[in-house]
Ligand binder design. Structure first.
Ligand SMILES: Nc1ncnc2c1ncn2[C@@H]1O[C@H](COP(=O)(O)OP(=O)(O)O)[C@@H](O)[C@H]1O
Ligand SMILES: [Mg+2]
Length: 367
């Protein structure tokens, strides 16, 4: 195990800048998830860490070694591919020992390594089977086992669950988490799935267009997103963004959305005095879908027009509009308005975020 430090890393492919000045300090034993839209640079960063790609600029330190110029095999890093990367004609045992055979590890050491890893991953009864006779989850564990016998300092995963069906994905997510808890290995895990990022990670790196947008624990990412990109990317359905003008005075701030034919005022009181410097400016109010509640609960009352109602089972997703602005709410399953109804909703403003004209979140007082 080891800490990984990434400093001022840039990657250019001709005219394409895939990574711009990436700086990440990953702790020993930490489970870090890289998340971002397709093409944002996740795989490039992983390949650079593994040594499969050179950096255009910057330094990588693993433990106490500068590994920037080391070849992949000298870095002691395991890249765990998807389960289909197992050799189909070999048994599980042969798949696990294959690398050790090549390195001419003595047979007794091989047997011991397989026994240890099989016990840890609970695949002892499977050792003589072929990959075709395993479930997806079992195959994933074998792929892990093959990496583990090398005792790497760092594990890298690139979208390992993306080819699995929804149910198996959720199972494997739990397995990954349990395994990390047991092994305590340093893991860098790439996904484009924000739910995977939220549930697996100790910390999340959100990347967009080759630039790290935020590196923080899941709660911070969700509740205090650095900017509108992070706020919009993490969470499904996405955060609602509403343009508002900041009015009022210290201790009595109100923000107003100038809608179609109607102004909607959101009273904030003293709690949002961080907006005092923005009085007179237009800022973006960010409201998560779950911050809308059925009428009667604490919060600001809004009279809205129901456009679409989508029961999801545990919740009801409602698309509604107010002064011509379309918004999404996720409410209790018992809340079932009819489409085209005029209903009242409560909006809890306690958890609302505000973003300045550049899209950067305006920190709360004392943050
Ligand atoms: N070998 C390459 N040559 C040229 N451009 C590349 C190469 N690999 C990746 N890119 C570009 O770098 C950017 C980041 O790609 P990638 O890291 O694969 O994104 P992600 O894994 O987040 O989907 C993309 O614009 C992609 O087209
Ligand atoms: Mg990729």
């Amino acid at each position: 195990m080891a800490a990984l430090n990434i400093e001022n890393v840039w990657k250019k492919y001709g005219n394409v800048i895939a990574l711009r000045d990436v700086n990440l300090d990953i702790q020993d034993g930490e489970f870090v998830v890289l998340v971002g839209p397709s093409g944002c640079g996740k795989s490039t960063l992983l390949s650079i860490i593994a040594g499969l790609e050179d950096t255009s600029h910057g330094t990588l330190t693993l433990g106490d070694r500068d590994v920037t110029d080391l070849s992949p095999k000298d870095r002691n890093i395991a890249l765990v591919f998807q389960s289909y990367a197992l050799y189909p004609t070999m048994t599980v045992r042969q798949n696990i020992t294959f690398g050790m055979e090549n390195r001419k590890v003595p047979k007794t050491d091989q047997d011991k390594a397989v026994a240890d890893v099989a016990k840890l991953l609970q695949i002892e009864p499977l050792l003589d089977r072929k990959p075709g006779q395993l479930s997806g989850g079992q195959r994933q564990r074998v792929a892990m086992g093959r990496a583990l016998v090398r005792d790497p300092q760092l594990f890298l995963f690139d979208e390992p669950l993306s080819n699995l069906d929804a149910k198996l994905r959720v199972e494997m997510r739990t397995e990954m988490k349990k395994l990390h808890k047991r092994l305590g290995q340093t893991i860098v895990y790439v996904t484009h799935d924000q739910v995977e990022a939220m549930t697996l990670s100790d910390r999340i790196v959100v990347i967009n267009d080759g630039v790290v947008q935020q590196f923080a624990d899941p709660d911070t990412i969700y509740q205090k997103p650095a900017n509108t990109f992070v706020a919009g990317f993490m969470g499904s359905p996405s955060m609602n963004f509403i343009e508002v003008e900041v009015t009022g005075k210290t201790g009595d701030i109100t923000v107003v959305h100038h809608g179609e034919g109607e102004d909607i005022a959101f009273a904030l009181g003293a709690a949002r005095d961080e907006l005092v410097p923005c009085i007179g400016d237009t800022v973006t109010l960010g409201v998560r879908p779950e911050h809308f509640r059925p009428m009667g609960e604490a919060g600001q009352t809004l009279s809205v027009n129901v456009d679409v109602v989508e029961p999801t089972g545990p919740d009801t997703m409602v698309v509604f509009s107010i002064a011509g602005k379309s918004l999404v709410g996720v409410l209790n399953a018992k809340f079932r308005p009819n489409e085209d109804d005029q209903v009242e909703l409560s909006l809890s403003m306690d958890e609302a975020c505000f973003f300045d004209a550049t899209g950067t979140r305006i920190p709360g007082l004392g943050e």
